[in-house]
Design a protein around this ligand. Sequence first.
Ligand code: CMP
Length: 153
Amino acid sequence: MRTGLIRHSQYMELLRSVPSFKALTEDVLSKVADVLEETHYSDGDYLIRQGATGDTFFIISEGQVKVTQQKLANEEPVYLSTLSRGDWFGEQALKGEDVRTASVTAVGDVTCLVVDRESFRQLIGGLDDVSNRTYESDELKAKLEAEAEFFSS
Ligand code: CMP
């Protein structure tokens, strides 16, 4: 379905405000606004579960999310970060292997703009900020990928 004009301009306003998207042209931003899906979450909902496979990239439109990570099985998840309007996440599973490296949960009501893998690849994934983002927790990604490989073979 075609996004309504008002919605489209609201999406454009948010997308333009994301520092990492500065290099995207209006035309590309408009395509992102056309393909994204607006999703809603309540306090405590999981947007992403660590270890699951994933195909989606998220931009926060309203509210806050908490990123946590379990370093070892049977250990309590460790708090990593809180993200809010204009922040994005979920890119790690879209690079190479599709395993989620952390869990992301809603803190209160949250609205996200969600982009699927193919649109991400075509429109956003090439940005330096996005493709080069790494976290201190990256060795875990290697471990999860090795596990995923093991269980799929
Ligand atoms: P992905 O692995 O697809 O799903 C979980 C997301 O949490 C991950 O992509 C990153 O976008 C984000 N993430 C992972 N580690 C951190 C961190 N240390 N700080 C903030 N966000 C993170």
